[in-house]
Design a protein around this ligand. Structure first.
Ligand code: ADP
Ligand code: 5GP
Length: 201
């Protein structure tokens, strides 16, 4: 059976990862979203167990101690982590799993799972990134300036990924990611079983 794809989408805060992933998940029902755990407070409309598992700091630390995370990182003062949640078993069953995580977390996952597909989402420009973060209305002027400075450093880490997609328009970016997934599914290494014609004689 074909092993599922571990798809890791990452990029600086405000680039549009969440928005592009939502579109991808709506278009690709076969891809399962890995729900992260976080200690940050829910934003209006966010539901526990849907966007995130919202945990207290103590509970998050217990999950770390119990070995429940594939990776975790502190991002802007809050903890975020990818629950192991039988990821390996699910991939072996052929399930495709999408992780939308920050650059530190993605690099940690890359060390543990080099067979994953690492996609870096870039904003069209720094000016547009600023507009998007401002437009989301979640930052103070100080935290906006901190995020932009961090973004410049995080974007450099994108050079360590496999693919880069510029999030100019959502549909474009989502289509390019779908093209990457199509090409990955066609790799010889993922299709060795198709080369055995001997049984047909
Ligand atoms: P991230 O998950 O990377 O932090 P979000 O998905 O929250 O980013 O997007 C940040 C803001 O930018 C949101 O207000 C979103 O609606 C907007 N946005 C995302 N992608 C685009 C795009 N391609 N064009 C214009 N605005 C976008
Ligand atoms: P937000 O609070 O805006 O939802 O997310 C903030 C940042 O945390 C984003 O860059 C997002 O990709 C990242 N993030 C979300 N879940 C995880 C996770 O499980 N692990 C890591 N390392 N980062 C995450």
């Amino acid at each position: 059976m074909r092993k599922g794809l571990l798809i890791v989408i990452s990029g600086a805060s405000g680039t549009g990862k969440g928005t592009v992933c939502k579109k991808l998940l709506a278009d690709l029902p076969e891809v399962a979203y890995s729900i992260s755990a976080t200690t940050r407070t829910p934003r209006p409309g966010e539901v526990d167990g849907k966007e995130y598992y919202f945990l207290g700091v103590e509970e998050f630390k217990n999950w770390i101690a119990e070995g429940k995370f594939l990776e975790f990182a502190e991002v802007y003062g809050n903890f975020y982590g990818t629950p192991l949640n039988k990821i390996e078993e699910r991939l072996n069953r052929g399930e495709d799993i999408l992780l939308e995580i920050d650059v530190q977390g993605a690099l940690n996952v890359k060390k543990k799972c080099p067979e994953g597909i690492y996609i870096f989402l870039l904003p069209p420009s720094l000016e547009e990134l600023k507009r998007r973060i401002e437009g989301r209305g979640t930052e103070t002027p100080e935290s906006l300036s901190r995020r932009l400075k961090n973004a410049i450093a995080e974007i450099k880490i994108g050079l360590e990924y496999d693919y880069v997609v510029v999030n100019d328009a959502i549909d474009n970016a989502a289509a390019q990611i779908q093209a990457i997934l199509t090409a990955e599914r066609l790799k010889v290494a993922r299709n060795a079983d198709k080369f055995d014609f001997e049984g047909e004689i």
